[in-house]
Ligand binder design. Structure first.
Ligand SMILES: *[C@@H]1O[C@H](CO)[C@@H](O)[C@H](O)[C@H]1NC(C)=O
Ligand SMILES: *[C@@H]1O[C@H](CO)[C@@H](O)[C@H](O)[C@H]1NC(C)=O
Ligand SMILES: *[C@@H]1O[C@H](CO)[C@@H](O)[C@H](O)[C@H]1NC(C)=O
Ligand SMILES: *[C@@H]1O[C@H](CO)[C@@H](O)[C@H](O)[C@H]1NC(C)=O
Length: 511
C-alpha cells in the first residue's frame, strides 16, 4: 500500500513539474518457450543485440521463475497474478485440452479496461474464456494465423504501429490522454516440428526467403553450427541435440530482431520515456527436464524490467527471487491501481501472493522465496506437482509420484527426445545427466541444495541432516497452498472437505 501511495504522489509531482500529466504505459513482451539463449545471460554464442540493448536500460533478474512450466497455465498466471490451481487454467487452452480460467477471475486486462486503460494484445493469447481476458485491440491466434501474428516480425511491427496509431487517433479525438497496456506475445522460439514440419523443427525456416518458405522482410536469419552451440547441463550432448539447439538459436534471432522492431515502434511513437517494459518467457525450453518440469531447468526464466523513470539500476543484475506471479501486481502498482476484494471458490477473499517488483528498481531487495504449482500440460498429462524454492533449497512435492512422468506431443517427436529414446532402447550411451527411468519415476518429495547441486541430482529429502529444512519448507508450501485455495492441498493421502471448515480427511491409503 505504501508503494501505491508513493507512486500516486510521484505522479502528482510529475504533473506539477512537467506542466501536464503524461500517462504511464506498459509494454509486456513474452517469448514462447524462451530461455537463456542470449548474451544478456552470458550465452556468448547467440547474438541478441536487441535484447542486449534493452538490458542496458533494464534491471536484469538472475533468479526469475515461472510458477508453472506450461504455456496456457503460465500465461494465465502472468495475466491474473494467481497460480493455475487458483485461476482454473490447469492445462492448455487450445483444442481438446480446452482449459479455461474461472468466470469470476478478475484478470489484469479486465482491471485495466475497467480503469479506462487502452489494452492491446498481439501474438499468442492462449488463454480464455474471452470475457475474463478482454483486450480492446487484439490480433491473436483467435483471429489470425499464429505464424503471422506470432513469428512474422514484419507483420508484428505493423500491428504495433497500428495500435499506437489507434491510440493517438483516440487521443486527438477525445483530447484525453489515457494510458495503454500493450502485450506482445511472440510465438518464437517455440517448436513447430509437430505442426508445421516443413518450416523446420523450430520454424527456423519460416520466412527465411528460401524457396517455399516465404520472406519476412525485416528478418535477417542468423545461422549457427551444431559444434558451436552451448549445450545446457540438462540436455544430452549428442549430435541430434546439438542440431536441435542450432535451429532453436536461429529462431531466437527472429525473436530478438522482432523485439528490436517493437521497441523501435515504441520509440518512434514517442512513448519510450513513459513506458515500463517487461521482458520474460512463459516456461522452460522444450528439451528434456525443461518445459513441463518444476526443476530449475523448467522454471527459470529470463526477466528484464525497464523503467524510464528509474535509471539508477539500469544494466544492473538483481539476485532477488522473483516470479511471473509478480507481473500483475507490478503493473497494477505502476498504474496505481488497487486489487479488488472478491472471492472465487472458497469463501476467503482472493489475495495476490506475488508482489510489485518496482521497489527493486530503486534498491536490491532481499526476496528469497518463490512458489510453483503445476497440474497438467496437455489434457492427458495429469501430474500434479507443487514446489517452493527458498534461498539455496528447492523442494518439490510430486503428488502422483507413482505414475510415470508424462510426455507431450511436440517434445516427443523432437530430434533430441527421439534420439534419447533410441539410445536408451538400444542400450547406447545417452549423453544425458540422468536415465529415462529416473526421469519417469520420481520420489514423492525431492529436496535439493542448488549451491552444491545445481543440476538437482542429489535428493536430500531422506537425509536426516536436512529434516528441519524439509519440515519448514513443507510447512511454508502448505501455507501457500491454503492461502491460494489449492484444491490439491490435501493430496495424495487425504481428501479436502471444503464446504464448512475446510479440512483434510484421511484416506488410509498408505502414502
Ligand atoms: C555473466 O558472467 C559474469 C562474469 O562471470 C557474472 O558476473 C554475471 O553474473 C553473469 N551474468 C548473468 C546474467 O548470469
Ligand atoms: C510477413 O508479413 C509481411 C507483411 O504483412 C508480408 O509481406 C510477408 O509476406 C509475410 N511473410 C511471410 C513469410 O508470411
Ligand atoms: C527520451 O529521453 C531521452 C533522454 O532523456 C531523450 O534523448 C529522448 O529524446 C526522449 N524521447 C522522447 C520521445 O521524449
Ligand atoms: C529412432 O529409431 C527409429 C526406429 O529404429 C528410427 O526410425 C528413427 O529415425 C530414429 N530416430 C533418431 C532420432 O535416431
Amino acid at each position: 500500500m505504501a508503494f501505491v501511495f508513493a507512486w500516486t504522489l510521484l505522479c502528482l509531482l510529475l504533473c506539477f513539474d512537467v506542466g501536464g500529466c503524461r500517462s504511464r504505459n506498459v509494454l509486456l513482451i513474452i517469448a514462447d518457450d524462451g530461455g537463456f539463449e542470449t548474451d544478456v545471460y552470458n550465452n556468448t554464442v547467440v547474438q541478441t543485440p536487441h535484447l542486449r540493448a534493452l538490458s542496458k536500460r533494464s534491471l536484469i533478474f538472475k533468479n526469475a521463475f515461472t510458477s508453472v512450466s506450461s504455456c496456457s497455465p503460465s500465461r494465465s498466471t502472468i495475466l491474473t497474478g494467481l497460480p493455475q490451481h487458483q485461476n482454473g487454467m490447469y492445462g492448455l487452452h487450445q483444442g481438446v485440452h480446452h482449459f479455461n480460467s474461472f468466470d469470476g477471475v478478475q484478470s489484469l486486462p479486465l482491471l485495466l479496461k475497467r480503469a479506462n486503460i487502452h489494452t492491446g494484445i498481439i501474438g499468442k493469447k492462449h488463454v480464455g474464456p474471452g470475457p475474463v481476458y478482454p483486450f480492446d485491440f487484439a490480433y491473436t491466434e483467435e483471429t489470425n494465423s499464429v505464424l503471422q501474428v506470432g513469428r512474422n516480425i514484419t507483420k508484428i511491427k505493423l500491428l504495433v504501429r497500428k495500435f499506437f496509431q489507434s491510440h493517438k487517433e483516440e487521443r486527438s479525438e477525445t483530447k484525453e490522454e489515457r494510458p495503454f497496456f500493450l502485450y506482445v506475445a511472440f510465438h518464437d522460439p517455440h517448436r513447430c516440428g509437430h505442426s508445421q514440419p516443413q518450416y523446420g523443427v523450430f520454424c527456423e525456416k519460416f520466412g527465411n526467403g528460401e524457396s517455399g518458405m516465404g520472406r519476412i522482410p525485416d528478418w535477417e536469419p542468423k545461422y549457427y553450427s551444431p559444434d558451436q552451440v552451448k549445450v545446457p547441463y540438462f540436455i544430452p550432448d549428442t549430435p541430434a541435440a546439438r542440431a536441435d539447439i542450432a535451429a532453436q538459436y536461429t529462431t531466437v534471432s527472429r525473436l530478438d530482431q522482432g523485439i528490436g522492431l517493437v521497441l523501435e515502434e515504441l520509440r518512434k511513437a514517442g512513448f519510450e520515456n513513459d513506458t515500463l517494459v517487461i521482458y520474460s518467457s512463459d516456461n522452460g525450453i522444450p528439451f528434456p527436464n525443461g518445459r513441463t518440469n518444476l526443476y530449475g531447468s523448467g522454471v527459470k526464466e529470463p526477466m528484464l524490467l525497464s523503467s524510464p523513470e528509474h535509471q539508477q539500476r539500469w544494466g544492473k543484475l538483481s539476485q532477488a527471487y522473483v516470479s511471473l506471479l509478480d507481473i500483475t501486481p507490478t503493473i497494477l502498482d505502476w498504474f496505481s491501481l488497487p486489487y479488488p476484494s472478491y472471492s472465487l471458490s472458497m469463501s476467503q477473499p482472493v489475495e495476490l501472493t506475488g508482489r510489485s517488483l518496482l521497489p527493486a528498481l530503486i534498491s536490491e531487495p532481499s526476496w528469497d522465496t518463490v512458489f510453483s504449482s503445476q497440474s497438467l500440460h496437455e489434457v492427458t498429462m495429469f501430474y500434479p506437482m507443487r514446489s517452493i524454492h527458498k534461498g539455496p533449497y528447492r523442494l518439490l512435492h510430486n503428488l502422483h509420484y507413482r505414475m510415470p512422468f508424462p510426455i507431450d506431443q511436440d517434445f516427443y517427436i523432437s530430434p533430441t527426445f527421439q534420439d534419447l529414446l533410441n539410445r536408451t532402447q538400444s542400450g547406447r550411451p545417452t549423453g544425458w545427466f540422468k536415465t529415462l527411468n529416473e526421469y519417469y519415476y520420481r520420489q514423492r518429495w525431492e529436496l535439493f541444495d542448488v549451491r552444491t547441486d545445481p543440476m538437482e541430482k542429489v535428493n536430500l529429502a531422506g537425509d536426516l541432516d536436512y529434516s528441519e529444512v524439509l519440515e519448514s519448507l513443507k510447512d511454508l508450501l502448505l501455507k501457500w497452498q491454503w492461502r491460494t485455495e489449492d484444491p490439491w492441498v490435501c493430496e495424495p493421502d487425504a481428501v479436502l472437505e471444503a464446504k464448512l471448515e475446510p479440512e483434510c480427511r484421511p484416506l488410509y491409503n498408505g502414502l
